[in-house]
Design a protein around this ligand. Structure first.
Ligand code: F6P
Length: 324
């Protein structure tokens, strides 16, 4: 719940999978925090760096020439120790040692869970949604998603060219962990013949096979299937489809290229506003919040409430994807 304590020293870290736009968010936290008269510490390598005191005070110039860069200048890590009481106690101890009264955590759901544990130990945390997966329930936008789908879309266009030339079927696997948002968006934007989402797939491969044969009969020179990482098994699926249809089928896993590259304007913009918003609510004395984008506005929710929210693939968007 929001309180009225004003704070003087904050820390910022990036955690979990990196996402394009994280640097813009860090930059905004640092510069907006400094403009509010707060001392800002950059914590390197996520919670791991926090426990190991890999911490440096940030000046405005430390974030110069970073907004256009992919990755995260603070580095990141998936920190197993944050799942242990000892790890949490150590993180709390370091926050106290440096006088960090507010900690901005830029990352996904997993990073928020770590933040929630720190909140339970009295550390004020603010979450900023940074993940290419778009799978954080409380927000309609996550930093990195726009760059990732644009990167994937361009790559898929290229695979489509060669699939057409060779009259092949291509299964292209995109990231997203257990969520199908990247697959849904690329499926629509690339005009894929089939889209396989973990939230919707009924594992009826025969339906896919019939669709491929049908398309071939109607004169299509390629068949693009966008498969989400959460369903996976693209290579074995390709082998089975080729055996059943007689059509050469290839699997392409786009992988980590989706997490890299210079962020799009949209990611830089959202990251900048969300980072600044995090510094603002800390300066206002709010505690344990996550910054979100909902119904065209930047808002914040209590971290515990945010973590129990649920999100589904929008029914209408899915319906349209199936028709187009
Ligand atoms: O959360 C971002 C993401 O790229 C997911 O899409 C993917 O499942 C996961 O991270 C991969 O994580 P790692 O970098 O640990 O292999």
């Amino acid at each position: 719940m929001a309180e009225t304590t004003k704070i003087k020293t904050i820390g910022v870290l990036t955690s979990g999978g990196d996402a394009p736009g994280m640097n813009a968010a860090i930059r905004a936290v640092v510069r907006h925090g400094l403009s509010k008269g707060m001392k800002v510490y950059g914590i390197y390598r996520g919670y791991t760096g926090l426990m190991e005191e890999d911490i440096r005070e940030m000046r405005a110039g430390d974030v110069s020439d970073t907004i256009e860069k992919g990755g995260t200048i603070l580095k990141t890590a998936r920190c197993k120790e944050m799942r242990t009481p000892e790890g949490i106690a150590r993180a709390v101890e370091v926050c106290h040692k440096y006088g960090i009264e507010g900690l901005v955590v830029i990352g996904g759901d997993g990073s928020y869970r770590g933040a929630e544990k720190l909140a339970n130990e009295g550390i004020n945390v603010i979450g900023v949604p940074g993940t290419i997966d778009l799978d954080i329930a409380c927000t309609e936008y996550t930093i990195g998603f726009d760059t990732a789908v644009n990167t994937a879309m361009e790559a898929i266009d290229k695979v489509r060219d060669t699939s057409s030339s060779h009259e092949r079927c291509s299964i292209i696997e995109v990231m997203g962990r257990a969520a199908g948002y990247i697959a849904l968006w690329c499926g629509i934007a690339n005009g894929a013949e089939d889209i396989i989402l973990p939230e919707k797939y009924d594992y009826d491969e025969q339906k896919l096979i019939d669709n491929i044969i049908d398309n071939k009969r109607r004169g299509k020179t390629h068949h693009i299937i966008i498969n989400a990482e959460g369903v996976g098994h693209s290579a074995s699926m390709a082998r089975r489809i080729e055996a059943a249809t007689g059509i050469e089928t290839r699997a392409t896993i786009l992988g980590y290229m989706q997490r890299g590259g210079s962020p799009t304007c949209k990611d830089r913009f959202f990251a900048s506003i969300m980072g600044a918003y995090a510094a603002d609510i800390l300066a206002e004395g709010k505690t344990n919040r996550v910054v979100c984008y909902q119904h065209g506005e930047f808002v914040d929710y209590d971290i515990e409430e945010a973590l129990v929210m649920q999100k589904e693939i929008p029914a209408y968007e899915y319906e349209v994807s199936q028709i187009l």
